[in-house]
Ligand binder design. Structure first.
Ligand code: ZN
Ligand code: ZN
Length: 509
């Protein structure tokens, strides 16, 4: 009676054993597939470039320059340029212009703005005017400053770029002609290559720096979910594998050893797949990180128009960040993946008296910088209360309490003075339109209709644009007990394609 049962049991055992082995193999395969997906997919996503709806990244180009001699590839940049965006015509009213534009449209010589051309030579310490960037009209009278140019976002063969960081630093300095420069590779690509590490990158930066060039080590935190961030001045790196969650990354930035690190939002909307639902975690504000979060890209590669409409589609990303409580200045980033460091137009200009690592970091921390796609532009934007000293971009002005006294309400509104100084030696980049932005809305506009006659001057047989634009702002726009900010942006060249944007000046109650 027991035999048949035993037979059945033996068969059952065999079946069970086969099932167990089969399940084990299946489970193992699943695990391997999952692990491969978890490793490859974020790396693949991290390697992709920001793709907006109208901008497509063609990986074929990325591979083609790798095959080229890196000197030859200097001419490869146009392949990376974003195609013109037909939906954005800067000659039309901007999307974020208030419907019933309540403010005065500027025109040269009207009551709001007064323009006067200046000879930049008259403000220089040296009497002889030299045709060279770095000798400029920018900065306050008492504290003349120079607009130094550089980019803080670039790649090398240590991630998805070309050549080595040492070569990149030397190139940016000697051929790119930059005053300061940071290599910011994706550290997610460093895992299987012990030669790529933070210490070596720092050593390369130190030995590349000199009297007229500041080299910085940095990295690009590249999360496939939470977006990309540029980090400079940190103590080591935290990749998106190690700091998988944004909490981990923010907490890492707040560690005492990283208190001098600066971090910036890179190319918003890189995660177009989740349409900004997770990117920067909807820019959720973390007060402890406000000082370190020094910037956001408003010019990337050669484009700025894709950042004019933020997650809401109503105002630029940077204004959305400012509305959240962050205080980012605007960054122009080359973000190059070819051997052409410094050859693109996207830059930031910092305003300092001298150029060294400390001055650069101080200017960035103080948001005393502007983004520009002009290779020469120097820009200064200041505001002052009557009788007070000028406050440069990035600075803060305390507005007096609103006057509730009925006697004062009828009195004349106090006017704050604004002053914009610019120096643009490139004849092609004629300023065409300047806009003053208050809390994300345009409150002033100056169109230059008949350039170059209004703005240009002549020096050394060449046209250049240099001068200052004075304006006034009614204090009642700012002293309602709320915090406000104002910045300026400028469109240049006949096609309005060259762009510049200042850091905001903050008004606190
Ligand atoms: Zn990126
Ligand atoms: Zn990048």
């Amino acid at each position: 009676m027991n035999r048949p049962n035993r037979k059945i049991n033996a068969r059952q055992r065999r079946v069970m054993r086969l099932a167990a082995v089969g399940f084990g193999i299946f489970f193992g395969l699943c695990l391997m597939l999952y692990a491969t997906w978890k490793t490859i997919h974020p790396l693949w996503l991290a390697h992709r470039e920001p793709v907006t709806q109208r901008q497509t990244f063609r990986p074929a180009m990325a591979t083609s320059w790798r095959k080229m001699d890196w000197r030859e590839a200097l001419h490869a940049e146009p392949a990376f340029l974003a195609p013109a965006l037909p939906w954005f015509d800067p000659r039309l009213p901007p999307v974020n212009e208030p419907k019933d534009f309540p403010y005065q449209r500027g025109a040269v010589g009207n009551s709001w703005f007064k323009y006067s051309a200046m000879d930049p030579g008259s403000l220089l310490p040296s009497t002889r005017f030299k045709w060279k960037r770095g000798l400029s009209i920018t900065g306050s009278d008492s504290e003349p400053m120079i607009g130094w140019h550089g980019t803080l976002h670039s790649h090398t063969g240590w991630s998805d770029g070309a050549a080595t960081p040492a070569e990149a630093f030397a190139f940016a300095r000697d051929i790119g002609g930059l005053d300061f420069f940071a290599v910011t590779d994706h550290p997610e690509s460093w895992f299987f290559n012990p030669g790529r590490n933070w210490e070596t990158l720092q050593k390369n930066a130190e030995s590349a720096g000199g009297a007229n060039f500041v080299a910085l080590a940095g990295f690009e935190y590249s999360s496939p979910i939470f977006g990309h961030y540029i980090v400079i001045g940190s103590d080591g790196v935290c990749s998106a594998v190690k700091c998988a969650d944004l909490n981990d990354f923010y907490e890492w930035l707040l560690r005492p050893e990283n208190k001098h690190a600066l971090v910036a939002f890179a190319h918003p909307l890189v995660q177009r797949d989740n349409a900004g639902r997770f990117e920067f975690r909807k820019m959720q504000y973390l007060p402890a990180l406000q000082k370190q979060m020094f910037g956001m890209e408003v010019i990337h590669w050669s484009g700025h128009d894709q950042f004019m409409f933020g997650f809401s589609g109503k105002k630029p990303f940077i204004d959305e960040a400012l509305a959240m409580g962050w205080l980012p200045g605007p960054l122009g980033s080359q973000d190059n993946h070819g051997p052409n460091w410094g050859l693109a137009n996207s830059r930031i200009g910092i305003l300092t008296k001298a150029l060294d690592r400390e001055s650069l970091m101080e200017a960035l921390r103080s948001r005393r910088f502007y983004a520009t796609s002009s290779r020469d532009l120097e820009l200064s934007f200041e505001i002052r209360m009557p009788g007070q000293p000028w406050v440069q971009m990035g600075g803060t002005i305390a507005t007096p309490k609103p006057r509730l006294d009925s006697k004062h309400q009828t009195s004349k509104d106090t006017q704050l003075e604004t002053r914009l100084r610019l120096f643009e030696p490139d004849e092609y980049n004629a300023p065409r339109r300047i806009e003053w932005i208050l809390d994300g809305q345009i409150v002033g506009r100056l169109d230059f209709e008949n350039l170059p006659h209004e703005l240009s001057s002549r020096a050394l047989e060449e046209n250049y644009y240099s001068g200052e634009i004075l304006g006034s702002l009614p204090e009642s726009m700012l002293n309602d007990g709320q915090q406000h900010y104002i910045y300026v942006r400028m469109f240049m060249a006949n096609d309005f394609a060259t762009y510049a944007q200042s850091s905001p000046i903050i008004f606190t109650p």
